[in-house]
Write a protein that binds this ligand. Structure first.
Ligand code: PLP
Length: 390
């Protein structure tokens, strides 16, 4: 890995622990190995950089029970999207009061289930959902998610979540009228946000809504800045301290003397760098005698957990068992009989010229959005196995 979000030293120790596990256990591939000390390190780095900010780990990034248990023990809160994620967090030691049901798209019976398990914080972006929360989770706190500009993000959320600021303002008034606690504004500035100022426009919108409602006597105590903190893939990143400084300055600039409580929902930044995904080369071939680029087929692809290679958005750093010798350009593809199961053809990867079937290829920084995207058995391939090292 060329850069690391929180420093190189731990990364080398983590790599050594993971390599010891792989050498000793020789697990079948593909598999993901999570270094739990790295998860703890990333969580504490974010907590230390943003003192006083509530950290809600976005469980979808990596729902491995050991990861959730470790974060619960460290005092993290949790951002969940379904009844099963609620049960997972509770089973791993999270208190119901530390859980935010942050998915604005939810069934009435799932809201009721969450309420029954003690969850009292919900995020909405529509009138129907606010009314459903009022009916099935009476008296709970609700945040309204707004649509935001996500430029600077490698993996934007588009227009699926959030509503226009005027509508969010009306729905916060409605929440109050329905006996809910209107807690504040939420948003997501886009995943893998490479610009430390990428939250600023949305923070300004949140502050404007908050000021408008304060003038009417509705006090919103909190702002939820969502996820987006990045992980160190191939490109260099600004340091975490730059993000913390930009976010803190932006909140105080826009909210002024009325400092809100702040929540963040990091997923990727907590787990990505903790994971190494070991794959095996199935085949190296050429499509014609004159072809310069070889095709390298791995035993993992788009459907085995590498969904974030869609559009080649996320480019994982690669290591092979033959690194060090001469290398040349390759196309990298997965093992299934699906034509879209090609990982990289525009991103330039050079792999060793003597790479061959049976060799290992390790994908670094692969702890986020891999196991959770792995299909059940597309073409009969098993879902991605996860192991944890301590
Ligand atoms: C996925 C998600 C997150 C985590 O985003 P990252 O970019 O991985 O930090 C946070 N909040 C919500 C509501 C999400 O859906």
């Amino acid at each position: 890995m060329k850069t690391s979000f929180a420093g190189q030293r731990l990364h080398h120790e983590a790599t050594a622990r993971i390599r010891r596990f792989l050498d000793h256990e020789q697990p079948g591939t593909p598999c993901l190995v999570i270094d739990l000390p790295t998860v703890r390190d990333r969580f504490t780095a974010i907590r230390d950089a943003l003192p006083g900010v509530g950290i809600f780990y976005a469980v979808k990034a990596n729902p491995t029970p050991e990861v959730v248990a470790l974060l619960a023990a460290e005092g993290s809160s949790f951002d969940v999207a379904s009844p099963n994620e609620i049960d997972l967090c509770l089973a791993q030691g999270a208190a119901p009061g530390t859980i935010s049901y942050s998915n604005p798209i939810k069934k009435a019976r799932d809201i009721a289930y969450a309420y029954g398990r003690g969850v009292r914080l919900f995020v909405s972006d529509s009138e129907h959902d606010v009314r459903a929360v009022a009916e099935h989770a009476p008296g709970s706190s609700v945040m309204l998610r707004i649509l935001v500009d996500t430029k600077g993000s490698t993996y934007p959320f588009g227009k699926k979540f959030g509503c226009a600021p005027e509508m969010a303002t009306d729905l916060l008034r409605l929440a109050r009228d329905l006996g809910l606690v209107p807690l504040g504004v939420a948003f997501h500035a886009g995943s893998q946000q490479l610009d430390p100022n990428g939250w600023d426009g949305a923070i300004a919108d949140a502050a404007e809504i908050t000021a408008k409602l304060r003038a009417e006597g509705v006090e919103l105590s909190t702002v939820n800045l969502g996820g987006g903190l990045p992980a160190g893939y191939l490109d260099p990143l600004p340091p975490l301290a730059d993000y913390a400084a930009a976010i803190t300055a932006s909140v105080s600039r826009h909210f002024g003397e009325f400092a809100p409580k702040v929540m963040v929902e990091p997923g990727r930044a907590i787990v990505a760098e903790s994971g190494v995904l070991r794959a095996e080369v199935v085949l190296v071939s050429k499509k014609s005698y004159s072809d310069e680029r070889r095709w390298v087929f791995l035993d993992i692809g788009r459907y085995g957990g590498l969904a974030e290679t869609e559009g080649e958005a996320i480019a994982y750093p690669l290591r092979t068992s033959r690194d060090g010798g001469a290398a040349g350009p390759v196309v990298i593809a997965g093992p299934t009989c699906d034509a879209d199961d090609v990982l990289y053809q525009d991103t330039c990867y050079d792999l060793p010229l003597d790479l061959r079937a049976g060799d290992h290829v390790d994908l670094l920084c692969a702890g986020a959005y891999t196991t959770s995207y792995s299909s059940v058995a597309f073409n009969g391939f098993e879902p991605l196995a996860t192991y944890c090292v301590r």
